[in-house]
Write a protein that binds this ligand. Structure first.
Ligand code: NAP
Length: 285
């Protein structure tokens, strides 16, 4: 069975839109983004995020810089956005050019406006099992997709392929949380893992986030496993995941497609985090 991330994300956008309508009369939630340089994929991702915001009624403030921008200019902008009471979320579209210190930029964003969930304060809280202000959007979207597909990870072996700071690591931290909706037994593999197949074959839920087109073949997947493909790759001009979908699908009980799986969920969670930030502020004032 195919897990339809597109449909689920659209349901979530409808729900967000309804919630935002209830706040009519006060200002709308607002997401500020920072986009640097000409990298085509980044422009495309931001465009999709802006379109989704417009659809649900979230205002957007765009801040676009040329590739040559210096660290200080971005930091000054972030400091201003941190203090701006009309801005709920700050998104810094990655990657940044190599002359920019991305870590310093991420750390400059107020943890309370860090709707991407990348600030060490939020990541640290997630790891410690304290409530972060925000959980990173892709891990959060994967968990939401699993829950809305009635897939429990408690008592299951979950294998995550990839240990990046934006997907693998926070996803492992999220799924191993001590709650009835998580409680997974998590194994993380990476490019230095020996006996990869032995580990993936033990997965009840296999989540791939490597950026390696169609690396996961049918013989690496246990019969009846749930397969969540985070990868977005171009192969012979076509968009594909990290999973050889055609051959793995008959082996899996449920599987996400690429495109139309995790990708739209990531955007939905960015909007959900922005609304959460807005609602947190409303409770404070
Ligand atoms: P990343 O930072 O490049 O990390 C890739 C991870 O995969 C690394 O931990 C790497 O191991 C591991 N890896 C690479 N090749 C491997 C192999 N042959 N066997 C085992 N592990 C391997 O990537 P990322 O930012 O997490 O993104 C991963 C993929 O997800 C990309 O295709 C990206 O476009 C996609 N993505 C999709 C979404 C979405 O919303 N759908 C969001 C974010 C990312 P090492 O650590 O040892 O190098």
């Amino acid at each position: 069975m195919i897990i339809d991330g597109k449909k689920t994300s659209q349901d979530i956008l409808e729900e967000l839109s309804e919630q935002i309508k209830k706040h009519q009369g006060s200002r709308a939630p607002c997401l500020a983004y920072i986009l640097v340089g000409e990298y085509e994929a980044s422009h495309l991702y931001v465009k999709r995020k802006v379109q989704a915001c417009e659809r649900v009624g979230i205002n957007v403030k765009g801040n676009v810089f040329e590739e040559s921008v210096c660290q200080k200019q971005i930091l000054e902008l972030i400091h201003g956005l941190n203090l701006d009471p009309t801005v709920d979320g700050i998104l810094v579209q990655m990657p940044l050019p190599s002359h920019i210190n991305a870590q310093q930029i991420v750390e400059a964003v107020s943890p309370q406006k860090d709707v991407d969930g990348f600030h060490p304060f939020n990541i640290g809280r997630l790891l410690l099992g304290y409530t972060p202000f925000f959980v990173p959007c892709t891990p959060l979207g994967i968990h939401e997709l699993l829950m809305r597909s009635n897939i429990q990870v408690s008592h299951k072996n979950v294998v995550i392929m990839g240990r990046s700071n934006i997907v693998g690591k926070p996803l492992a931290a999220l799924l191993m949380q001590k709650t009835s909706q998580t409680n997974a037994t998590v194994t993380v593999v990476h490019s230095h893992t020996s006996n990869l197949e032995e580990i993936t074959l033990n997965a009840d839920v296999l989540i791939t986030a490597m950026g390696s087109p169609e690396l996961v073949k049918a013989h690496m997947v246990k019969k009846g496993a749930i397969v969540i493909d985070v990868g977005i790759n171009r192969l012979h001009g076509k968009l594909v995941g990290d999973v050889d979908f055609k051959n793995v699908e008959p082996q899996a009980s449920q599987i996400t497609p690429v495109p139309g799986g995790v990708g739209p969920m990531t955007i939905a969670m960015l909007l959900s985090n922005t609304l959460k930030s807005y609602q947190m502020k409303a409770q404070l004032t």
